[in-house]
Design a protein around this ligand. Structure first.
Ligand code: DX5
Ligand code: ZN
Length: 216
């Protein structure tokens, strides 16, 4: 069964604690999308939000940095309570250093690839990561359509895990629902981010469960 990471990008910011409580007992992770208005067009929220969320949630706080040169903010996110920090390989010329910085803070390190980026681009750092995030949409917005062509990269990563003996999780993000998750799970995904599918619903917890049910 896949683990689920609801994305607060689709939650009600003025009632964030209420919305997090709705999925607190059903999800494993809480996905926090940090956008800088530069690497991606949107601006969302920063380290201060992680500090506040840490006080009210026991979920694994999964910080997805859609930020250019993320090294600038890694320490602050870690100090504010992030459990896992993801950095895009496209966002820095120093991906190895960025991942090293995350690990040095005692936080789980994740490398992220956009739909247009091949698995080859992250091969040299796969030995050092706890999780790989395969973007299944182009980052920047919630509510987009799952790109099926990304599934072969999940498969490729899963094959590398098996052949090289790596044990990172493989997370997917974008357009995930109880249908699209199936092909990704079969290919090797172990964690599913879902924003609009979960938080646009009347009963978010039931949507978390339906993603799990689809991967039993
Ligand atoms: C997109 C973000 C996603 C977003 C997913 O750039 O990284 O985490 O919240 O939203 P849905 O699940 O609605 O595609
Ligand atoms: Zn995300």
């Amino acid at each position: 069964m896949i683990k689920v990471a609801p994305s607060i990008l689709s939650a009600d910011y003025l009632n964030l604690e209420r919305d997090i409580n709705k999925i607190e007992n059903d999800a494993e992770y809480l996905h926090i999308d940090v956008m800088d208005g530069d690497f991606v067009p949107s601006i969302s929220y920063g380290p201060g939000w992680v500090k506040q969320i840490r006080k009210i949630s026991n979920l694994i706080l999964d910080v997805h940095m859609m930020v250019k040169n993320p090294e600038r903010y890694v320490d602050e996110f870690a100090d504010n309570g992030a459990d896992l920090i993801g950095v895009h390989v496209e966002a820095t010329p120093h991906i190895h250093r960025a991942l090293q910085m995350i690990k040095n803070k005692g936080v789980k390190a994740e490398v992220v690839i956009n739909p247009g980026t091949p698995v080859d681009a992250i091969k040299p750092v796969l030995y050092m990561v706890d999780q790989v995030l395969v973007m299944t949409v182009n980052p920047g917005f919630g509510g987009q359509k799952f790109l099926p062509e990304t599934v072969k990269k999940i498969q490729q990563l899963n094959d590398l895990k098996n052949s090289e003996g790596y044990n990172f999780d493989i997370e997917i993000d974008g357009g995930v629902n109880n249908e699209t998750v199936k092909q990704a799970y079969t290919a090797g995904a172990t964690v599913a981010v879902a924003g609009s599918y979960v938080f646009d619903a009347e009963n978010p917890a039931s949507k978390v469960q339906s993603i799990k049910d689809a991967t039993k």
